[in-house]
Design a binder for this molecule. Structure first.
Ligand code: HEM
Length: 504
């Protein structure tokens, strides 16, 4: 045989040998536990990946749960996953066995972006994670700090209302406006000023959030190092990481320069980055902070705060447009409460009872992270009588639980009134409703994001009536969802604003 004839033969042979070895390996690792939950039949090599081609992941998991039950075992590529789809099983994961399941999977795609898992969301459970979460809660995300950012939110809202008013009668892309204003509020609160890299961040955040989902080939076939090398070498991935690092480095340098300024009598800035640099310089922390650690924390603030809140606002507006009765009721309330002022201010926002029901219903119907953030078992653990080995990835399908007809009558209908006189809340104690997760790994940004969502919706409803472009009716509004870790509308929400002028 000529050399060139031999090559394809050898390659095919090699492929078959590797495929066989991987199949043996995955079989032996999944056979370790004899009492795993049920799940669909798994193909050699790809496991159940075939079931997810061209589907929205949380929808597919939900369909499978109807067949295999609320606790399922799947294999995506080489990786075993446990998928939870009932409040009882979610309680076992996020409360009963919270500590045993408090780790995050170490996704290869997230490794570079998070500086080797030095952020909060991906660092392993332990002292480092605890220290970071505590600092962020104290300095940025506590109820007290969130209230102190009131003037920032009100000012940004004036900008948004001014911007939309200047485009009255023409079609605007509401998603873009919401994303920018959310980012502006976050960067002013956390970094003390409008981040001048906002535009660049705007493009980077969706890419980063997708990488955090752990569904890249490199993450699904972790033993094949070649896939990891290919991922690292991909120009798009390299560029994203370089750009991100450059922006984070700049934010820190700007703060260092500001910090070096001599101040006489003038109060020092107290934004999050400033506080982190002080903690670094003073060396008072149990686990000293490096500049890389600080970059990873800033990254979490941008990725956590960047998109999830604006996605919720976009869905809330879409649902109200789809259901004009709800829009009218919410508008009537906000216009009544702020009629005498002629503008929205946070002091009266607690009076918006109906709007708070709309926000809850949006979080139930469209949780921005429908599969929360995956966890990983730190040790063997029993869930609903099944034995889950260590190092298994565990996903809670909050989207499916939020639409479970056993928990929610007329679950597929958007109806804010269901929360009237209902004690169920999103604070992590009711496992049928966990848009922010629950337990140790729960989202620390609830107060921050709910304050932003509430004031933004109140302003949009107070100052404008809204029409769909091109003479479309509510029935024409396409509500299709796409998923890349965050569940967004497939189409950006484009609307025509008509300014509302309250009669004096
Ligand atoms: C509507 C807005 C938001 C939603 C729906 C949301 C949702 C979530 C969810 C579901 C988790 C995973 C919880 C779990 O594993 O049990 C999470 C984690 C996290 N979120 Fe949020 N989030 C939002 C806003 C924010 C904001 C504004 C920030 C901060 C600036 C933030 C920072 C984080 C961080 C750091 C984690 C990781 C916590 C940990 O692993 O210990 N999030 N978020």
């Amino acid at each position: 045989m000529e050399n060139q004839d031999l090559f394809p033969f050898l390659l095919t042979f090699l492929f078959i040998v590797i495929a066989y070895m991987l199949w043996r390996k995955s079989r032996s690792s999944s056979d370790n536990s004899s009492n795993l939950p049920p799940g669909p039949w798994k193909f050699p090599l790809i496991g159940n990946l075939n079931l997810f081609v061209g589907t929205v992941a949380h929808h597919r998991f939900s369909d499978l749960a109807k067949k295999f039950g609320p606790i399922m075992h799947l294999q995506l590529g080489q990786v075993p996953y446990i998928v939870i789809s009932s409040p009882e099983a979610a309680r076992e994961v996020m409360k009963v066995n919270d500590l045993s399941l408090a780790d995050r999977p170490q996704f290869h795609s997230a490794k570079f972006i998070t500086y080797n898992f030095k952020d909060i969301a991906f660092s392993s459970y332990g002292d480092y994670w605890r220290q970071l979460k505590k600092i962020c809660m104290l300095e940025l995300l506590s109820q007290r700090r969130v209230q102190s950012f009131r003037s920032i939110r009100e000012e940004e809202m004036r900008n948004v209302v001014g911007d939309i008013t200047s485009k009255a009668g023409s079609v605007i892309n509401l998603r873009e406006i919401l994303f920018s204003s959310g980012l502006a509020i976050m960067s002013r609160a956390a970094f003390g000023g409008i981040c001048k890299h906002r535009e660049e961040f705007k493009h980077l955040i969706p890419e980063i959030v997708t990488a955090f989902g752990g569904l890249s080939v490199a993450d699904l076939f972790p033993s094949i190092k070649l896939f990891q090398m290919i991922l690292e070498m991909r120009p798009k991935f390299k560029k994203m990481h370089q750009k991100l690092d450059e922006i984070l480095e700049n934010i820190i340098m700007e703060h260092r320069a500001e910090k070096a300024i001599e101040r006489t009598g003038e109060a020092e800035p107290d934004d999050l980055v400033y506080v982190l640099l002080n903690l670094q310089d003073n060396g008072e922390l149990e686990l000293p902070l490096t500049t890389t650690n600080i970059k990873a924390i800033i990254l979490d603030v941008f990725t956590g705060g960047g998109e999830s809140s604006s996605t919720i606002i976009e869905w809330a507006m879409s649902e109200m447009l789809k259901n004009p009765r709800i829009m009218e009721k919410a508008q009537a309330e906000v216009r009544h409460v702020f009629a005498s002022k002629g503008y929205v201010e946070e002091a009266g926002i607690h009076e918006l009872k109906y709007l708070s029901l709309v926000m809850k219903e949006t979080l139930r119907f469209h949780p921005s992270l429908p599969l929360l953030v995956p966890r990983e078992s730190r040790e063997p653990v029993k869930i609903s009588g099944y034995e889950i080995p260590a190092k298994y990835r565990v996903i809670v399908n909050a989207w499916a639980i939020g639409r479970d007809p056993q928990c929610w009558p007329e679950a597929e209908t958007f109806c804010p009134e269901r929360f009237l006189d209902c004690a169920i809340d999103y604070k992590g104690l009711n496992f049928e409703f966990t848009p922010f997760g629950s337990g140790r790994r729960m989202c620390p940004g609830i107060s921050f994001s709910m304050a932003t969502i509430e004031i933004t919706l109140a302003n949009l409803l107070f100052h404008f009536d809204w029409k769909l472009p091109g003479g479309k009716t509510p029935e024409d509004l396409d509500m299709t969802e796409v998923f890349s870790n965050v569940a967004r509308r497939k189409d950006e929400l484009c609307l025509v604003p008509i300014p509302y002028h309250p009669t004096p």
